[in-house]
Design a protein around this ligand. Structure first.
Ligand code: HEM
Length: 75
């Protein structure tokens, strides 16, 4: 597992006195989706080039997303 981030290092849901009210639900949903997809399918990156960052609000995100392809089903 990766290291734990403090509240001042990782801010996808905002920070300080204003914070996303749905962050716990959003994180649970993302874990369920990732666990379902990764346990059922084999994936590879669709493009072999470095990911560029872009600002999204006051956080950073991959410009144009990260395209992936399904190469097979897991047994
Ligand atoms: C990946 C999913 C999500 C991300 C990255 C995200 C991110 C954010 C961010 C950055 C803010 C602004 C915080 C600020 O004003 O500083 C926000 C606000 C808010 N979010 Fe989310 N959010 C997500 C999902 C959700 C979900 C699933 C819900 C509800 C079910 C939700 C409800 C809200 C509400 C009500 C606010 C306004 C809070 C306020 O104005 O005090 N969000 N969110």
């Amino acid at each position: 597992m990766g290291r734990q981030y403090s509240a001042g290092e990782y801010l996808p849901f905002g920070g300080g006195s204003r914070r996303c009210l749905g962050h716990a639900l959003a994180q649970l949903e993302m874990k369920l989706v990732l666990a379902t997809v990764l346990s059922k399918y084999q994936l590879v990156l669709a493009e072999d080039k470095p990911v560029k960052l872009q600002r999204r609000g006051f956080t950073l995100a991959p410009a144009g997303g990260v395209r992936m392809m399904i190469t097979g089903k897991r047994l």
